[in-house]
Design a protein around this ligand. Sequence first.
Ligand code: ATP
Ligand code: MG
Length: 953
Amino acid sequence: MARSCNDIRDEFIDFFVERGHSFVPSSPLLPAEDPTLLFTNAGMNQFKDIFLGLVRRDYVRAVNSQKCIRAGGKHNDLEDVGHDTYHHTFFEMLGNWSFGDYFKAEAIAWAWELLTKVWGLDKSRLYVTVFQGDAAEGLAADDETDGLWRTATDIEASHILRGNKKDNFWEMGETGPCGPCSEIHIDMTPDKSGRSLVNAGDARVIEIWNLVFMQYSRGADGKLTPLPARHVDTGMGFERICMVLQGKHSNYATDLFVPIIEKIETLTDHRYGARPSAANAQCSNTQCSTGTAGAAGDPSGCLGTSKADPSGGLGASPSSGLRASRFDAADMDNITDVAFRVIADHARTLTFAIADGVLPSNEGRGYVLRRILRRACRYGRQYLNIDGPFIVKLVDTVVGLMGGAFGELCSRRDYIAETIGEEEVSFGRTLDRGIDLFQKQADKVRAAGPKGPQGTGKCLGGEVAFDLYATYGFPVDLTQIMAAEAGLEVDMAGYEKAMAEHRELSGAGKAFQAAEILDLPATDDSAKYAAAEIDAKVLGWVLGGAFITRGLLQAGQGAAVVLDRTNFYAEQGGQVGDCGAMQWPGGRYAVTDTQLAGSGIVHVGSVEAGSLAIGQAVTLTVDPRRMDTMRNHTGTHLLNWALREVLGEHVNQAGSVVAPDRLRFDFSHNQAVTHEQLAQVERMVNERILADEPVTHRVMPLAEAKKVPGVRAVFGEKYPDPVRVITIGGPSRPGGASACSAEFCGGTHLKHTGQIAALKIISEESVAKGVRRITALTGRAAIEHMLGADELLRTAAGLLRTKPEEVPARIEAMAKEIKDLRKAGKAPAAAAAKEFAPEVALSSPVGPVMVGRMDLPDANAMRAECDRQRQKGAAGLFVGAAGDGKVMLVAMVSDELVATGKMTADQWIKAVAPIVGGGGGGRGTLAQAGGKNPEKLTEALAAAGKWAAKALG
Ligand code: ATP
Ligand code: MG
């Protein structure tokens, strides 16, 4: 039997554990170590600090299988996925590491031993590459590695190739550890002719394993110095090695993917790889359907087998039953097959990413995930004709395949499915209409469209792309992909223009917006954090789309003034721009907003008194409400911290507004936050306020700042280098609690949390799928809010004539009373019908005569019920009700009974009413009486029965 992929993973890990390596579990896909990294994209991410010499672990050799996503940022394979057979958005990277322990000799010997001895790969199909050196860097060729391949392994010398800096020199970043690497490639051509295809981007010869040898450190000056402790970092594509060992030519033909593809087939009429393999680009290249070593059609035959492995070489002996499946023979150019691969790949990525706390959203990682989901959705609908949500139906299959190795999938299965399902539903609604619109427009363009901007092809209008974006939620790159598939281009300049116009229309286009393109003089705003009054000089103002540097600005005139320096904070990072005043002898300009405009800062407002001249020296005073803004800003950081403490690590900032009167914080979270959780968050924040923690800021190099423990950054935001880090709490204060929050932030903050006074959450709501919004108040506003709430309660208590603390109980009682009354008023007949059970029932020649209690609220209701009983056949009725110190009697006798001359209603009432201390009267058929002794009702009814019995004789 062929090895299963799960076996292969274990074999890799066991091999290195037997050689003294510690197994280290995969780190999450959300890189905790590096807030600016999009997703974990290599095995080494979690060990970076060890390489940098910042931390030590209690092991010097490690092995693992790391979850990786390469769908954005530096490594982005998204567009290739589906169109080839060996790049995924999500994949596992198998790796072994040495931290200052063994080096090249062992790494090379073990890699070779595992591949050729343990796994029995055919040596003549393996190529290795070695760094050829780089004159410009003054780096010699890596002859050491070259020599080791020759002496420590039995690889054919002609299979050792040289590679340039791009392919064979690895660097962690601009600075830091780096060194040569040596890659291992597999040749899957049928005749082993792939030598020239190494590193040529050909699916027949691909890289499977990269061995990196860190032996230098690049300093800030760009110079390389040898590292005292040298490290090994290797990465092998798990899906690729599974493909090789299972004798396949496509990662999608391994048991990691086949069950997912089969599941997709149950949702569509299409079949994967249904086209004959002759049409198959992959197979026609490799001619594996006429393989030489195996049974005809067995692709493993193409790869040959090694004598060293008795089980049949590549893990799949020709007789193992692994047929040349249609999964392997899938057509590269057939869009249906591409769709299957896209969906199978993306279902895994979505499942793993959501399990690790990434949620589809409009920003950063969440946006990447949303794009991945939408790409899969679109392929499913467009090419496989699948209606409705379908990725959600693949979650169980993915969890079933991978849950054994990654337990987090099992424990979060429902959460994953729910998230994917909801996202699909919401996207599905707009997708159908969008595809329709796209198709119509594309047809139109194809028929008679203008040439593309470069004259290279036909071009889809920018307004169409914008409409698809604004109305149907198609990100423009999705439209570009669809257009490319339809042989079209998108007029991107037109798209940008439409977008800009839209911004203008939607009100975001402010008076000074033209300033951005005016190339304003730079403003020195270094005084903004202190905010104390400063003096500055007027350089000019933006008015009517131009930067004016001559003349006067008259009283009443509005503009956007540019100064040489300012202490005003320009809107940034969610904090609103400052308001305040600009004064000069005899004049005053009120600033209502401050905004960035290129390198300049504009003070939006108008002249209140006097006139303003170019070159005028002015005094700038920031509105004291800035202090309230600062309370809200520092409060926002505390809120961000507490939310994650209470709700979990998946909480990430998705947007914020910090204004003087309130703060608003959007964050990723998939369900409503309960009252208890909100209360806990408020308590934690207010505890920190009470503790009067210091708020400190430090400006440090970005690379260093990223290493601050627990530091948070808003993903997708571009941070300057050096960057400002705001820390709340921390060891800087003797005896103080340790730092609770560290964020990259350029905003203005308080010096101590105590200055916030209090934080009060006033609402929690949903803004988008998976994104919640909290609005909160601090300082005076929070206190006013609490006083207002108290006042409200007092007023309510007054109206209810009770004490504030008894309001809920009183309301509860009232609600019950209202409910009871409503019930009684609405359905008296029905209630009575249930209740009326006569105590005496006599027969007369014209029907039954009955006596009994009928506890209804009034005589009207009793008469109505008596009528009902009479319609049902009663000839005589005597009923009584008691309550509230009163008694009510009603007698009714049918015409027929009256006609017999035996009894009348008024006689009956008159005979009985005195017993309850009352009197009454009426007609022969209907009479009624009231009395004062409810306790006598039973006696009265007994008497009524006796009287009737006697009358009827
Ligand atoms: P390639 O050139 O094939 O894209 P790479 O140079 O980007 O590979 P590395 O960054 O060296 O690859 O990663 C180590 C190993 O991880 C590679 O040898 C390969 O086997 C695997 N790998 C890299 N990217 C992917 C991917 N998108 N999907 C699956 N496996 C991958
Ligand atoms: Mg790559």
